[in-house]
Design a protein around this ligand. Sequence first.
Ligand code: PNS
Length: 160
Amino acid sequence: MSIAVYPGSFDPVTFGHLDIIQRGAKVFDHVIVAVLHNPNKNPLFTVEERIALIRDVIKNMPNVTVDSFHGLLVDYMRKMNANAIIKGLRAVSDFEYELQMASINRKLNDEVETFFMMTNNKYSFLSSSIVKEVAKYGAPVSDLVPDVVQVALRSKFRVT
Ligand code: PNS
């Protein structure tokens, strides 16, 4: 059985992430969306809130689950018996960082393979940071995130 992990901050999950999850779920038997507990970042949503939002958007995807992890991704992969990492690439600017991450992950565990998927062109500009910036000033994000995330953003920024 092929188990893939799609790791990230997902602060919050966007249509760009969702596109990768849906396409990844067609290729791998099981996709685990894994939210990193990152003490170095100052997130808008708690890990629990991010998991709840992801759980809502994957509710009709039988082979996708959501979880969180601390520490190194390769250690989490071992624990979950997973051997594939899924990453979305939006533009050339993502490439250098992702190459570095894929290389270090392979060095740490050469059983793990990273699979890159080109983000749908519709979402090539999209990131969680951009979404938060737009939502903070009350502009619509309905084309960028699922409804449940839009509601959560409104409530965080107290926009009506
Ligand atoms: O959505 P993001 O913030 O770009 O996701 C980054 C993530 C979570 C994929 C990356 O930071 C990660 O894998 N962190 C876990 C720590 C790790 O294994 N680092 C690589 C070896 S130093």
